[in-house]
Design a protein around this ligand. Sequence first.
Ligand SMILES: Nc1ncnc2c1ncn2[C@@H]1O[C@H](COP(=O)(O)OP(=O)(O)OP(=O)(O)O)[C@@H](O)[C@H]1O
Length: 350
Amino acid sequence: MNSAKAIGVSKQFGNVTALHHIDLSVGRGEFVALLGPSGCGKTTLLRLLAGFETPTEGEIWINQERVADKTRTIPPEERRIGMVFQSFALWPHMTIYENVAFPLQYQQHVPAEYRENPRRRVSDMLEMVGLGGMENRYPSQLSGGQKQRVALARAIVFNPNLLLMDEPLSSLDAELRMQMRKEIQHIHRELGTAIIYVTHDQSEALGMADRIVVMRGGQIEQAGTPHAIYYEPQSPFVAKFVGRSNFLQGNWADARTFLLANGERAIPIHVSRDCSAFHAHQVLPVRPDQLKLRLWEAGSGGVLGTVRHAQFQGREWLYSIRVGEEEWEVVTDTREPFGYDQQVEVEVCV
Ligand SMILES: Nc1ncnc2c1ncn2[C@@H]1O[C@H](COP(=O)(O)OP(=O)(O)OP(=O)(O)O)[C@@H](O)[C@H]1O
């Protein structure tokens, strides 16, 4: 069963193609992050799912019902979806209670018990987001984090099947963002509501989502679990955009063997995953945590590197290692740090 589905969806604004033939299916209770650089079409896709825009081509389905194609669009309040925006979008003249209770009046699919006893429902939702007892305050009397919690409570108060979130944490400071991530994960676990979460922050997507959809130029570049997106990028764009990547230079001998160019020698590296997207580029993408360092021993036959920079990061060290003409980034939790100019053997574990 799907909570939301886009089938062959395109969106044109004048001569700008914001989305080009998008196919996306979001399962029940699934947490999907739409990740991509500015202008790639994330918000446009969310607005189409919400019902604020009409597709130029294709169909949108929400909860097994076709809610939009190029000829007609069912309005947002009939789609049983909750929404949270970056700007909170609370009504300043209404109390917190009135803000949260509002969807119980205008949404079409509200369980009768919530309509009949809105006080109880609003109070439960405010408890859930850690704002119990704040019903009578006004938005201006709350901090940024508290306002976003109110926006969350308002989005879930009528028990939507799908929650759409557009950069909900980007106007909060770093500490609050971390706290709110936990809050959103908690709500997702408690309610089992499917979430589509727009962000350009890779750590939010990697940390919270069941599945990440990486977008670029109005198209889906790759979709997969956070682990697959991080360790099995299918294009140089994904390898660069999500996390950091070293691109090792060499030649592909066959589908699983990369010959690393190392001075006069070529060192074979056996690769356990599909890297066909990188064959034409003659590179091997390697995450900084997929490189291991040990002290260099003459005659080892391994890859020789020289430490150029070392930064202590708390639990781990971040190194820049010069290998031939290249500089590789390495993250390691070694307890005995390597010094500047020290010679090390670099092991590639992919
Ligand atoms: N109403 C509109 N009229 C004209 N062009 C638009 C409109 N809305 C979006 N666009 C264009 O469509 C493209 C996709 O925009 P969209 O806002 O979906 O990107 P985004 O990935 O959400 O970016 P950001 O992360 O900066 O919010 C951009 O080129 C944008 O300029």
